[in-house]
Design a protein around this ligand. Sequence first.
Ligand SMILES: [Zn+2]
Length: 347
Amino acid sequence: MKKTVTTLADGRELIYYDSADDTVRDAVDPRPLDAVSTSSEIRRDPLLGDSVAIASHRQGRTYHPPADECPLCPSREGRHSEIPDTEYDVAVFENRFPSLAGDSGRCEVVCFTSDHDVSFAGLSEEQAALVLEAWTDRTADLAELPQVAQVFCFENRGAEIGVTLGHPHGQIYGYPFVTPRTEQMFRSMESHRAGTGRNLFDDVVARELADGERVVLEGEHWVAFVPYAAHWPYEVHLHPRRRVPDLRELDEAARTEFPQVYLELLRRFDRIFGPGEPPTPYISAWHQAPFRAPGREEFALHLELFTIRRTSGKLKFLAGSESGMNVFINDVPPEAAAQRLREVASE
Ligand SMILES: [Zn+2]
């Protein structure tokens, strides 16, 4: 893998990740861009004790551009995008419309491939391995920034999720605080340790494997299951068998197997609702330990993949109970979801 760090016309960082070690990336961004002005502000909610990023500049962001104006496609003669080169393997750049910036953290865009018309599920194992390298390297780089407490690599796929650009891409948020979900997991982890002397994540994975009813697939180094109390209609948690706190600590064997396992999961997601159905909208979310949290070694890196589609043509909306009270109501029993995700396997 070769990494080339460069800057765009307005000073934002652009990083190329290439499979071939001899790739040269020297294309210059010729656009007359104004410096990025962001007004992102973190406000604390006194009742809930959580934080909201107020980011009014995002209202002006690129919204469903036509394919020939895609800002994530490589540049070509007369049409300059966010990527100055005429092709790329994986490219990461600082978001021009960040939710978090400066002292409030950092937002990056990860372009998975220069091919506009493919989805992650359509990447080769080699391409998916390069994306994993990029996620890992970004986590390592952002860990060095004092204003970043936690790194979140994720992909929103599908217009139903609110994706405004069709090009296959994900995002990386470097939060300036520990997120509420992670804080909650730490509280659960600590009380489980206090009560049993054991690690919560180890016990959860062991229980799913012993039970077996919700296991979706098992690799030599990874295991995927629908959690016992899944919140979403189809939700899968993917854990490395050897528990590690973040992407940087995955061993070579787990890295090597990851593309195969993850691509299989994504391809099954697209088959859940049967042939003729448009691609399944999903959110794919890496959970990593915050960098400076006490007890971070106890945390388990894992990926949570879920769709908001509950049945053909119908979405699960976060309505009164979910949005008003944080109580999820799931119409699809986790055991049935797991059964479906097993029966749509490739072989
Ligand atoms: Zn594109």
